[in-house]
Write a protein that binds this ligand. Sequence first.
Ligand code: DI6
Ligand code: FE
Length: 411
Amino acid sequence: MDKQAPRRLFTGGPIATLDASSSPEPYGLLSRGAVLVEAERIAWVGPVEEAPATTDVEHIDLAGRLMTPGLIDCHTHMVFGGDRAREFEMRLEGASYEAIAQSGGGIVSTVHATRVADEEELFEASAQRLDRLLEEGVTTVEIKSGYGLDTATETKMLRVARRLGAQREVDVVTSFLGAHALPPEYRGDREAYLRLLVDEMMPAVAEADLADAVDGFCEGIAFSVPEMERVFDAAADHGLPIKLHAEQLSDLGGAAMAARRGALSCDHLEYLSSDGVSAMASAGTVAVLLPGAFYYLRERHKPPVADLQAAGVPIAVATDLNPGSSPVGSLLVAMNMACVLFGLTPEQALRGVTEHAARALGFTDRGRIAAGLRADLAIWNVSRPGELVYPLGVNPCVAAYLGGSLRRVSA
Ligand code: DI6
Ligand code: FE
């Protein structure tokens, strides 16, 4: 290790490492722990009495506050133009999400608003959404395209996402979601849109290195399993990993197909079948639960959480932040909803936005507090991890460290 690298030693508070080798307690909790950070990595974690003797170290007293890994929101659509408040009203007046989509509203109405927004305008609106997440200790966020559905607007959205990563202190990873909906100008010619997606949009995105993964919406109102297979074949040609919105409103078998192709994650999963559960378990595909969409669409059919757990499928939790089905700008709220609506324990919810969310994005270098991992850390004005999930509308985050450097948070 470079002698000049800054070293920081955190002591004086509980540390939820989420790492069994650091502590066998629930949450991998060290009630009197210490964490030594060297440059951007965690160098040592353990009980404070065993902390290595160090010189040239900045000592940080947690003063009884809890430390966790930085949070990871592994599924968002935060770059978009306009809003869909009117549709929210329509749904409360009795219209269904599918009926609104079929009558030209839904995703397609955000596509119109996103196409006409200029890049600067999109950046400003998205940065405001991102900043709210950062205030809650989020250190890695995934952002999807999918409201462009033409080459110019899909690449515009992804450039905005990349710029957010460059101009804010957060790691941004992007997913190309050209297979989100059929754009209105291709109504009646699905084949032509799929050709455009595979032959023009995806190569343009890959060429400019704008996407870290390829995603799709596999659903009656979006794309079928065979259509998604074509999109995934193209992703493989470009060497891009895949993920899928699957079994949100009905069971088409998309999750099993994606898992068999090695998908990083399958997301939503309200209608996931037992075949889907076993395919995900065999492939090590992460189940990303999006309780915000379940809540806003007033769904009744819950994802098979107990079956996923019994099969050993890692469960992540994310906001799905989008203007239609999940205008949820808080990962703490999504964690609370995952507990109250889907029956996760607070520990499972916390693992869902750290350890398992990292895995849903293909990361092995973050999501727990363990030696060798990136020092992405959040500090909270609470003394026990369960308190992060218990209240709604309270943000106890007081600081976050990204790759070992302090990012000030105005809580
Ligand atoms: N499922 C979702 O929850 C979002 N996209 C998707 O495929 C919703 C997007 C929207 O309604 O704008
Ligand atoms: Fe989504």
